[in-house]
Write a protein that binds this ligand. Structure first.
Ligand SMILES: [Zn+2]
Length: 152
């Protein structure tokens, strides 16, 4: 765990981190390392900005045909960071704001949250897997069919 105190010290903070494991629900299994290179800048008191890049490969499963599928995540990070106490009275409605205790800023938690946002919602083995597999997907939703057949 890497904790930064963003209330003190000099800026910008540059970091380059390799995470061997990530604790993010509902995503694939990380292969090798997740590489994060970024910079945290102080914009004003209680307002920070993180810009950089995140890259990693994951083993996942195609949502349609359940085939093993490799997911490459290679995305820019560009997010505003504010203190947790700002969360409730923040009216700016910025789409990308990360809230955390700035005095005990957990870099890994930040990265995991960003990864959860960046990671694709739909994992497909190929672009056109969807159409061909819809019918099969429907059958999968009938787990009791076989049991029913047995009873009859
Ligand atoms: Zn597929």
């Amino acid at each position: 765990m890497k904790i930064l105190n963003l209330n003190e010290g000099s800026f910008p903070i540059n970091f380059s981190i390799k995470l061997e494991t990530v604790d993010v629900p509902n995503i694939g299994k990380l292969q090798k390392d997740l590489l994060v290179e970024a910079e945290i800048q102080k914009i004003s008191k209680d307002l920070y900005r993180c810009a950089g890049h995140m890259k990693g490969h994951f083993n996942d499963t195609c949502q349609n045909c359940l085939k093993d599928t490799e997911v490459e995540v290679s995305n820019n990070i560009n997010v505003t960071i504010k203190d947790l106490t700002e969360m409730h009275h923040d009216s700016s409605e910025q789409d990308q704001t990360h809230y955390q205790d700035l005095e005990y800023f957990d870099l890994h938690r930040f990265i995991e949250e960003e990864l959860a946002i960046i990671y694709p919602d739909i994992v497909k083995c190929s672009e056109n897997c969807l159409e061909g597999e819809i019918s099969r997907g429907k059958e999968k939703n009938l787990p009791f069919k076989k049991i029913r057949d047995l009873i009859e």
